[in-house]
Design a protein around this ligand. Structure first.
Ligand code: NDP
Length: 286
């Protein structure tokens, strides 16, 4: 039976570290890290994510601002708000909750956030920095996966890693971070032929597809580490990942559950990035 990777435990470990560092930063410099979270529209899943981010800010001792804007907010109005937050001394990180309503171009919005406040690490500058391995922030979900591997002393160096999914927010940066750790990385997508043959090569298999039960036991190499990034809401309201967990755990050496695996790590890494941004602000001042 695989060992379950406990994302709640690791995320708490990281948030406690951020909390302690924040306390020290406050005492030494008076700086309080500040995060602004913007939600446009009333998507219920997004509302939960925003609430969780606010709670995490409180836990870590951050200053936070949250903006819940109506669905018909124009792109110009959103850009104006971001402009004000870019100029705010109190704010170190700006997060715009995705997805946005269809009349707003997400990339335009992301590019308007100052790179030093882009704590999601989605804008061109930060994505470019990740490619070069010279980054201030890492995108929260892939960074969270790397922290899980580190906590469980799973070394990616020299391993065959297969990432299923190539989105800009998960799949591609995930592959890049594994590559920075000297793994041999294969990225799969909807046009990959004979996917099971590729996934069966993986010592570390990361699934970021968004389809329940997509990764079945026969797609997993015995003893592999299985990381399930997927978050899928079932008709009964329950959340599940991409991996057929009950069968996969009989084969894998380590496995992340959903919920309680990668999910909590994303918020913990957002807190980490916001603290990093506040520290960089101090550095620029000195
Ligand atoms: P996207 O929909 O942007 O990307 C899905 C990827 O899966 C695409 O690259 C797509 O390929 C690939 N895919 C789809 N069908 C197949 C198939 N049959 N075979 C192989 N690959 C396939 O999703 P995201 O990357 O944004 O998110 C992925 C999942 O992770 C979702 O469930 C999302 O909810 C979850 N998520 C979880 C987070 C967390 O905090 N744990 C954070 C962010 C996302 P192609 O490019 O060819 O279309």
């Amino acid at each position: 039976m695989a060992q379950k990777i406990d994302g709640k435990e690791v995320s708490l470990f990281i948030k406690d570290r951020v909390k302690a560092d924040t306390n020290e930063l406050k005492t030494m410099t008076g700086i309080v890290p500040g995060l602004a979270v913007i939600l446009v529209g009333s998507d219920s899943a997004s509302q939960i994510y925003v609430r969780n981010k606010k709670q995490a800010c409180e836990y870590c001792g951050f200053y936070s601002e949250s903006y819940e804007l109506p669905e018909d907010t124009t792109q110009e109005q959103l850009l104006e708000l971001i402009d004000a937050l870019n100029k705010s001394e109190k704010i170190d990180g700006i997060l715009v909750q995705m997805p946005l309503p269809k009349h707003i171009n997400p990339q335009t919005i992301i590019e308007c956030i100052l790179p030093e406040k882009d704590v999601d690490a989605f804008n061109f500058v930060n994505v470019g920095r990740i490619m070069l391995g010279e980054y201030n922030f890492l995108p929260c979900t892939p960074a969270g996966v790397m922290e899980l591997l580190k906590y469980y002393k799973i070394d990616a160096c020299g391993k065959e890693c297969v990432v299923v999914g190539r989105s800009n927010i998960v799949g591609k940066p995930m592959a890049m971070l594994l590559l920075h750790e000297n793994a041999t990385v294969t990225v799969c997508h909807s046009k990959t032929s004979d996917l099971p043959a590729v996934t069966r090569r993986a010592d570390i298999l990361v699934s970021a597809v968004g389809k329940p039960g997509f990764i079945t036991a026969d797609m997993i190499k015995p003893g592999a580490v299985v990381i399930d990034v997927g978050i899928n809401r079932m008709p009964n309201g329950k959340i599940c990942g991409d991996v057929d967990f009950n069968e996969a755990e009989k084969i894998a050496s380590f496995i992340t559950p959903v919920p309680g695996g990668v999910g909590p790590m994303t918020i913990a890494m957002l807190m980490q990035n916001t603290l990093t941004s506040a520290k960089l602000k101090l550095k620029r001042r000195n």
